[in-house]
Each structure stands twice: as structure tokens, then as C-alpha cells.
Design a protein around this ligand. Structure first.
Ligand code: PEP
Ligand code: MN
Length: 408
């Protein structure tokens, strides 16, 4: 009964707000509904941040990656912040991504496509609604597009004006990235695209427009969007939203994903089975990847679904130290990546890319690497507002290990 009902809903026509009649999770509750409506109206008449040609071009490169002709590096902050949104910071991030891509290219001997987690990565899914410190409970920080990081009631309120600020910051970031890529003629790799999680559906649908050229719907706020592990319910609003846009889509695939569920999700989001449309970004955790990935690879292959496979060795490997600091251990990150590469090789499939949370400076958020950051050192330069990132040296190291292992 339930599924027949949902089936018929999916057959009705899609529009940028059709997600509103589906199960909606991870959305903020705004007190000031009037202000929210005004902000959304404002966003709806804002200028596009990307072009249809750019979006089609990233989809082409993802197709090429699936053939093994290019490799995709998707990386950046877990959460961008408004305070970090300035020309210097953006340039530093882009430069670091370019360096990593150059290193990859020199080893792999093929073009590298960069997809930054940048210019719009302002919304975070959270496992809990509340955060409690010293017996005081407040709403969790959900990313700068929603509320503030400071632990006080005012900051933690969802503020609709932040939607406008997120758009303006994304817009400036796009401008600075383009300036940087244009002005630095020594840059050999300028296959640079932007991405963020498709999480805040009011924001995403306000930037979703029908192309006057092709009649297709695109999210003009970024090139590539991904569906998070917490919002990938096949009957949910996020899946409904994403199925209607023509941007290429990533799907985070966590350890509880069953082969049948994955197949249904991929079919729903890519009914025409177009190569380049779907990138499955596996993020299982170092100790379980080997027990889950093979059955998913088999199932996707036997169902003849065209997908690209990427590996995010970050999100299945978050841990707390004995002093309650959220961290990730470099050796676990490498273990998952290493095992994932081995499994793809064994099954004859291609790992088309990798997905990391990184910082261009030497923060101390992840333990290990050749600089051997210890648990005790984590506090010295722990700057992330959300998940722990590999620092400059650690990200150079992981990319080097990745490239050399891919070649073996
Ligand atoms: C993320 O990429 O920041 C994230 C929250 O990932 P996931 O949905 O895989 O947990
Ligand atoms: Mn994260």
C-alpha cells in the first residue's frame, strides 16, 4: 500500500518545490516565517552562479573518469564559514587544491578534475538536534547558512537572513576562484568545479531554474551536488528534489546501505542510466569497507547501472579521543582508501575519484601522518567548526599514497 502510494507520487510531475510533499528531514525551523519568505523571494531573483555549459562540462569529465581517462579530486572544508569568506582564504584553498591535483597528475599521468567543497558548503546535517554543555542544551550548530557556531541561544537560532549571506559569500567565492584561475597563467590544471551538499532544500530550490536553451532544470548555485548519508531515504524530500535537476549528483554511501536500496536509489535518480550523472561516494569506515563494498559493486554491475565510484575515507572514520575531541586517525583514513582501491581492482571496476576534508594550512585536527600529530597536540590548532580535516601536510601525504597505490 505504502509503496504503491509513493510510487504514484513519483509519477506526478516534478517541480523545484515538489519535495515539499515528501518526508523532510534535517531542515531548520524558522520562527520568523515572513522573513523566510522574503529571503527566499530575494534568492529566487538572484543571478546564476554557474552556467549550463559548465555543468554539462563537469558531467562530461565524470564520464571520462568512469572510462579511466581522468581522475577526480573532490575536497575542501567540512563546513565553510562566513568569517573565512575572503579573497586570501579562497586563493589559499584553490592553490592547495591545485597543488594536490598537480601531484596526482604527475604520478597518475592523466588529467585531474578538481571539485572543491567550496562556494556554498554552508549547511551541515547533524545527528542530534541539541548540544549540551555544562547542563545547558541548545540547538546544534547546523552550518553558517542556518545558525551561528557560538554557544548561546541567540546565535543558535535559525536566521533566514543567513540564506542571503550564504548566497553572497558563494557568489564572491566563485568570483575569486575565477579570478585566480584566470590570472595565474602558470596553472596547468584549471579543470576546477565547485560542489556542496544538497541539504537546505528551500535554498537549493530557490536557485533551481529552467534553462531557456535546453528546457532542463538546473541548480545554478553550484556545479555538483551530493546527497548526504542522513538524507538519502528513497521516499524522502532530498531524493525527490535531486531527481529533477540535471546537475551531476553524488550519493554518499554508508555502511548500512543494502544493495537493493542502492539500486532503487540510483534508478530513481538516473532513470535514463546516463553515465556521468551519478557518482557513488562510499564512506564505510576502515574496518568494514571490505565486508560491504563487494556486494554493492556486484549488484550495480549485475543491474547494468552506469555509475562512477569515488571513495570518501573521512566520514566513516570519525572518533573521539579519551579527552572527548572529535578526530580522525590518518592510518584509518589510509586503510579505508587502500582497501577500497584493492577491492575495485579485484572486481575490475574503476575508482574514479577520491573525496577528502582538508585544510590548506597546518591545523591539528586529525591524528598521525608523517608529522605524527598526537592526540595531545590536537588542541594546539584545532580550527574546524565541524568535522576534523587533514591538514596541509597530511593531505599532500594521503594524495601521494593514493596515487602511488592506484598505479600498483
Ligand atoms: C559531509 O560530507 O560533510 C557529510 C556530512 O558526509 P556524510 O553525509 O557522508 O556523513
Ligand atoms: Mn564532514
Amino acid at each position: 500500500m505504502q509503496s504503491a502510494h509513493l510510487q504514484s507520487k513519483y509519477e506526478t510531475s516534478w517541480h523545484p518545490s515538489s519535495w515539499k510533499s515528501y518526508d523532510t528531514v534535517q531542515q531548520p525551523l524558522y520562527e520568523n516565517k515572513n522573513l523566510l519568505e522574503q529571503c527566499l523571494l530575494n534568492l529566487k531573483s538572484s543571478v546564476n552562479l554557474v552556467t549550463e555549459e559548465e555543468i554539462n562540462s563537469i558531467q562530461y569529465y565524470i564520464q571520462e573518469a568512469a572510462k579511466g581517462n581522468v581522475f577526480i579530486l573532490q575536497a575542501g572544508d567540512c563546513a565553510e564559514t562566513f568569517l573565512d569568506c575572503n579573497k586570501f582564504n579562497v586563493k589559499t584553498r584553490v592553490q592547495h587544491l591545485q597543488n594536490l591535483a598537480e601531484n596526482l597528475k604527475n604520478i597518475l599521468n592523466k588529467p585531474i578534475v578538481i571539485i572543491g567543497r567550496i562556494a556554498g558548503q554552508y549547511a551541515k546535517p547533524r545527528s542530534h538536534l541539541l548540544e549540551t554543555i555544562n547542563n545547558i542544551s541548545l540547538p546544534c550548530y547546523r552550518g553558517d547558512i542556518i545558525n551561528g557556531f557560538d554557544f548561546n541561544g541567540e546565535a543558535r537560532k535559525a536566521d533566514p537572513l543567513r540564506l542571503i549571506r550564504a548566497y553572497e559569500c558563494s557568489k564572491s567565492t566563485f568570483t575569486w576562484i575565477k579570478d585566480y584561475l584566470r590570472l595565474n597563467l602558470d596553472i596547468k590544471n584549471n579543470l576546477f568545479f565547485c560542489s556542496h551538499e544538497a541539504l537546505h532544500l528551500d535554498y537549493e530550490s530557490a536557485l533551481t531554474r529552467c534553462s531557456p536553451k535546453s528546457g532542463k532544470w538546473y541548480n545554478y548555485g553550484t556545479h555538483f551536488l551530493w546527497l548526504g548519508e542522513r538524507t538519502k531515504n528513497i521516499h524522502g524530500a532530498h531524493v525527490e528534489y535531486l531527481r529533477g535537476i540535471s546537475n551531476p549528483i553524488g550519493i554518499k554511501v554508508g555502511p548500512n546501505t543494502t544493495p537493493n536500496e542502492l539500486v532503487s536509489l540510483v534508478k530513481l535518480l538516473n532513470p535514463e542510466n546516463k553515465q556521468g550523472r551519478i557518482t557513488l561516494i562510499t564512506r564505510f569506515g576502515a574496518d568494514v569497507a571490505h565486508s560491504i563494498l563487494p556486494s554493492l559493486l556486484d549488484k550495480i554491475k549485475n543491474t547494468h547501472l552506469s555509475v562512477s565510484w569515488s571513495c570518501d575515507p573521512m566520514h566513516g572514520n570519525a572518533e573521539k579521543t579519551q579527552h572527548d575531541i572529535k578526530t580522525r586517525y590518518f592510518k584509518k583514513i589510509w586503510q579505508e582508501l587502500n582497501e577500497t582501491i584493492n577491492i575495485h581492482k579485484k572486481y575490475g571496476s574503476i575508482l574514479t575519484g577520491a573525496h577528502f576534508e582538508i585544510s590548506p594550512i597546518n591545523v591539528t585536527e586529525c591524528v598521525g601522518g608523517s608529522a605524527n600529530i598526537t592526540e595531545e597536540q590536537l588542541k594546539t590548532n584545532y580550527l574546524t567548526f565541524c568535522d576534523p580535516r587533514l591538514n596541509r601536510d597530511q593531505s599532500i601525504e594521503i594524495v601521494d599514497k593514493l596515487a602511488n597505490h592506484l598505479l600498483l
